[in-house]
Design a protein around this ligand. Structure first.
Ligand code: ADP
Ligand code: MG
Length: 716
């Protein structure tokens, strides 16, 4: 951790490969550090130059007479390797390799990169890059701009980590336009040594960083990332993390033989990781900045400590001087997961005493087009004091009487006195610019459109849900892991990699799932005797390794009430199977007990390289692919994450009971998801699996597995 100080706050920097030719990277980075008024000592290294920009140059790192904390390398791979060896000799503490030509160009490059990493590890040097844009620390006590960008951003309390160098420059331009300040700014390139997780940990402990923004293309750690980042985004001093993720990834699942496999995909993995780690995902750079602004929003308390303005709930009050934008804001508020606060009687009375008779005293509070700054101040003060209000949106449209600056001052005054967030939407550009500037200078989030304002508030609210999430005692579940392992080993020994309900149910039973009696009949008489043994009504299904979706082959008959129906079903199922796929190997027909009624949900697993098993839960049955109402998590998870997962699907309301439909056994689903997580972690041979449907009965009555399928692979 400490070791990253050499990268962000070095006392001395050497630029190895500094150049006398303007326009070359080696020249420009050196010039940017110089121009940026770095507070430490700067050394150019170049064997063929006496000086660079009037600064005495040294032929090599080892020729520099003093200590060097940070070496910035702008050299081709072979020469970088040599410079790293010298850096180790010299006792350099941090290295940034800007140049490309390593891992990203192929095997030769990767080899050199790996050698560099091992030298650095040995010498305890932290390495950023290669193939990156560099590092910026705008704080006055360091003032380091070791980057391609000739623009040193303003100091602020937002840090930015980028996997793409090119994006960094765009973000810096954007930041300049928005008057945004940064604490630390870093491009991580190939992540040969320092990766986003190291940086997140470092920045979390950095007192100058309030919010972290990341641009990410891929992760190379899964469960470990979740485990550590969860602590960063929660805890006593949580640091909100905003991510924008793009790019294709190599994490893609293999050919899918299950619903879970076909519904998952690398994006599902990333969504799961972000959800579990408490990271807020945004979709555009604009949103990244909008959200960063509101997450950096804070009050200074009398003790000199800062407190973030995170709402305690989702009840928003809107104060506007125009009806139309008020309506837009109301709609967007609802779309962003927020509610319009119901104002208390006293609040309405206070509003009535300050506002003209044409005003709307109920939320959204319309203080009318001719609203003065006093009217804004009185109305906002009244609603923000209301206990039923968790935060406010102030909307201002420029009209002839509008005093944008005065209103901004009034908002700032009230904002200082409350912990509730107040977000502003000052519409228009020229007429409101003085007010906007005042708000920005005072750290109050201000937007141009009501929809962006509401979205940003929605993000704050989601983060408050994360911070205040429940921590219930874990379930105590008992598993017969050995027996499950033995069944799996037995299947694999027989070369059976696609297994259905016969073996699948046995495995699930070991983990405490409630399964139905399921037996195989190879002829009609056996089907009848099994049905009599199980008890009518029964269900019959085709059993064939080639027929994945039995209903597609008309291979499922439910509710068979007597011997004749069983006999007819047996013949029909075989006939349908032959018609569906003449080459399918038919094991026989399954006879199964009839499942009690209930909601049909799906549970599944799809295993990914690096990340491990991805769990899926969703509203299921045969329509799962149509509804696509599913949620994902990386295993392992326990009760609390399972609970959040189950609650995150759109149809959760149906499970809770809806319009006379009684509540389903939600706790039983949560338990089953944890069972599934344990199963997938304990048995890496399970490559994919579906339980579809899992029937969920009424509250307290549990669940029943009514179909399952697994794909196994032998491990080497
Ligand atoms: P498929 O291979 O097509 O997914 P399933 O075994 O899931 O076949 O059966 C299709 C549907 O039949 C299920 O979604 C469920 O609604 C119903 N079903 C399956 N088994 C039973 C059972 N034992 N009791 C009651 N209904 C069942
Ligand atoms: Mg099914």
């Amino acid at each position: 951790m400490e070791s990253l100080n050499a990268i962000f706050s070095p006392g001395s920097v050497a630029v190895v490969g500094a150049s006398t030719t303007p326009g070359k990277v080696g020249h420009d980075i050196f010039a940017n550090i110089l121009k940026g008024q770095f507070t430490g000592i700067l050394y150019p290294v170049n064997p063929r130059a006496r000086s660079i920009l009037s600064v005495r140059a040294y032929p090599s790192l080892t020729d520099i007479p003093d200590d060097v904390d940070l070496a910035i390398l702008i050299l081709p791979p072979e020469q970088s390797l040599k410079a790293v060896t010298e850096a180790a000799e010299k006792g350099v503490k941090g290295i940034v390799i800007v140049s490309a030509g390593f891992r990203e160009v192929g095997k030769g490059g990767l080899e050199i990169e790996n050698r560099i990493v091992s030298i650095c590890r040995e010498a305890k040097i932290r390495l950023v890059g290669p193939n990156c844009l560099g590092v910026i620390n705008p704080r006055a006590n360091v003032s380091l701009n070791a980057s391609f960008s000739n623009r040193m951003p303003k100091p602020g309390n937002i840090s930015f980590i980028s996997q793409s160098g090119a994006l960094c420059t765009a973000v810096l331009d954007f930041a300049a336009e928005k008057d945004f300040g940064f604490s630390k700014f870093i491009s991580i390139g190939n992540k040969a040594d320092v990766d986003e997780l190291d940086l997140l940990n470092y920045l979390h402990n950095d007192l100058d960083t309030e919010v972290i923004m990341i641009y990410l293309e891929e992760l190379r750690r899964g469960p470990e990332f979740i485990e550590q980042v969860k602590k960063i985004t929660s805890g006593d001093r949580p640091t909100p993390i905003l991510v924008i993720k793009s790019g294709t990834t190599s994490a893609g699942a293999q050919a899918a033989a299950s619903h879970t496999g076909s519904l998952a995909g690398s994006e599902a993995v990333y969504d799961a990781i972000f959800q579990q780690a408490g990271i807020i995902r945004v979709s555009t750079i604009n949103e990244l900045f909008d959200f960063a602004g509101v997450f950096a929003y804070r009050n200074e308390s009398s003790l000199g400590k800062y407190r973030k303005k995170i709402p305690m709930g989702n009840r928003v009050a809107i104060v506007t001087n125009a009806g139309g934008p008020g309506i837009v804001a109301t709609d967007m508020t609802l779309n962003s997961g927020l509610r319009l606060a119901q104002l208390q009687k006293e609040t309405v009375e206070t509003l009535a005493s300050h506002l003209p008779s044409t005003a709307n005293l109920h939320n959204p509070v319309d203080i009318i087009g001719d609203a003065s700054k006093e009217r804004y101040e009185n109305a906002l003060a009244a609603v923000i004091r209301d206990e039923g209000v968790d935060g406010a949106l102030v909307i201002l449209t420029p009209q002839s009487m509008t005093n944008a600056l005065g209103t901004a001052e009034a908002v700032a005054k009230i904002a200082k006195r409350t912990h509730k967030p107040i977000l502003c939407c000052f519409m228009g550009i020229f007429d409101v610019s003085k007010g906007v500037q005042y708000l920005q200078e005072n750290g109050i989030p201000v937007f141009r459109f009501p929809e962006d304002t509401a979205k940003a508030f929605g993000a704050l609210y989601r983060y408050s849900n994360w911070l205040n999430r429940q921590h219930l005692a874990q379930f105590t579940l008992e598993h017969d892991r050995e027996r499950a392992a033995a069944i799996i080993a037995d299947c694999l020994a027989k070369g059976k990699t696609r297994i259905g309900e016969l073996e699948g149910n046995e495995i699930l039973k070991c983990y405490g799932f409630k399964v139905l009696t399921t037996r195989l009949a190879v002829d009609e008489d056996k089907a009848v005797s099994l049905a009599e043994e199980i008890g009518f009504p029964v269900v019959m299904k085709i059993s064939s390794p080639q027929i994945l979706h039995k209903s597609d082959a008309n291979g499922v008959k439910v509710g068979l009430k007597n011997i004749d129906e069983v006999k007819a079903a047996f013949r029909e199922i075989l006939k349908n199977a032959a018609a569906y796929d003449a080459n399918a190997v038919i094991d026989g027909v399954i006879v199964q007990a009839f499942a009690p009624p209930g909601d049909e949900v799906i549970l599944g697993v799809s295993r990914y390289p690096i990340f491990g098993p991805l769990l899926m839960f969703g509203f299921g049955g045969i329509f799962v692919e149509v509804l696509r109402d599913v949620a994902f998590r990386l295993a392992p998870i326990q009760r609390n994450e399972s609970r959040r997962m189950v609650r995150s699907i759109k149809s959760f309301k149906l499970l809770e009971g809806f319009r006379g439909k009684p509540r389903s056994d939600i706790t039983a689903i949560e338990k089953d998801v944890v069972r599934l997580s344990d199963l997938s972690i304990n048995h890496p041979e399970i490559k994919e699996m579906d339980i579809n449907p899992l029937r969920v009965h009424g509250d307290g009555e549990g669940t029943t597995v009514a179909d399952c399928r697994m794909v196994l692979t032998a491990l080497d």
